[in-house]
Design a protein around this ligand. Sequence first.
Ligand code: ZN
Length: 568
Amino acid sequence: ESGSENLSPTKQRYIEETLADFREAGADLPSEQKKRASEIQSLLAELTQKYSENCLDGTNAWEKIVTDEKQLTGLPKSALDAARQSAEEKGTEGWRFTLQAPSYIPVMTYADSDVLRKEVWSAYAAIGRSGEHDNRQLVRQILDLRHEFAQLVGQKNFANHATERRMAASGQAALDFGEEIFQKVRSQFEKEAEQLRRYKAAEEDLPADHPSLLEPWEVGYWAERQRKANYAFDEEALRPYFPIDHVISGMFEIAQQIFGLRIKERHTSKIWHEEVQFYDLFDSEANEHLGSFYADWHPRESKRGGAWMNYFITGNRDPSVGERSPHLGLICGNLTPAVGDQPALLTHREVETIFHEFGHLLHHLCGDVEVKSLNGVNVPWDFVELPSQIMENWCWERESLDRIARHHETGDTIPQELFDKLLAARNYMKASANVRQLAFGKMDLELHMHWADSPLEDIDAFVENVLQDYSATYKTQPKSNVFNFSHLFSSPTGYAAGYYSYKWAEVLDADAFTRFQKEGILNAETGRDFRVKILAKGNSEDPAKLYKDFMHRAPDPDALLRRDGLIA
Ligand code: ZN
């Protein structure tokens, strides 16, 4: 009917995806509706921009100057120094605290003073809820407009509109996914909360059965104290085992072995800084040049923070001539630099970050799809983190860790005792961490599926109702962060009805990695299979099908819970 029957399956998919893009934007609607659709989009752009400004201005509108150092016990030196510097910059004495994460988080985690934590917490919880930077009305308007738009383009609600072409495929499927995990971690979640309450009671010399609940501003602080007491583990002790050159060459070695690749440095003057390295990547069997990449590992003043992968050129293979145009990419980090004549020594977290970004890079460089826009990392959101997150697993297995971790002076591998501590600390309060993510995901989906038809008049009441089981009980019950949640409301779509994808991707990576655990984590056949069925495929087929091709079944959430130590 469309005249595309003679095209290759990939080209057919390309046409289908392109048509769906138009349809989702309302391009095939009758003119009146089309006009309304574009009106909604510009309104959403305006309102979400305002929401975002309110979050920012609301955050910046508050500060707290402390002049008595006795009120600041417990805070690490780095936080004190930063607060001192912030005060100096404002021309005041003492220590200045704000609601920005680098200032707020250390206070909530380490400050011994309940009074200080309560004050800071209360200010944070009020962002977006009153005065000049009030987001309450905006959220209602945004949700209404999104719902109207979804119905215009023929969807029942906005969550279905956002997920239709993702792996989840519907809002209900994403909701069910979260609920299934929640039911499995629920009792452990309640146990962790009870344990923390008892820990505090014991530390404060209250009787163990003392019923007093925690306040929300106590949770982070007592969780950190309990962690320190039971899982005391100095992350710095691992650093000497992670000299950067050994980590990188070990990571390359692992990727070469399991994915059938060869990585070779090429010296070139076409770089933007002398620290930048350049590599070519080949298929090790066919000796075919798949692509090249820059690696830029350390911070410099002009460089933005964090770690990331960029794709500069997406190549492809022209099936009619069989010739390949290679990909070009960049992996960037802000890793601990070398000091004096010591090599750069990394934290385990930094090592994990490199593996993560290298996974994105391999997804890009191994892409083997004839249509460029369907190649590499151009895949649905709830699938794009599979190749990156699965790589992190190799940082937690003895066998692979021994390839990347060698003491920079002695050449020793990580002592077993230190390795055991690393593993134990990994799963501390994991049920609570899971429930927190699941609660955000559920709130997001419920707002974009059921708010429009809810008999409740008030968003706080609606959210409280849907999250009842997902909240621990505190003395003061906190309100939700819905009015200060940029992920969901800072752009017309953004992460709206997409927050679930964090957990979704975690399930995919934990589950897919079980095949490596079964068949050998350095097994070249398994790795080759992952490369051919996932990395090479881009968005040339439905991601649910790609996953099934590799695992021969649908994803199993239990794999994640097992990795998190929540089920046996
Ligand atoms: Zn990522």
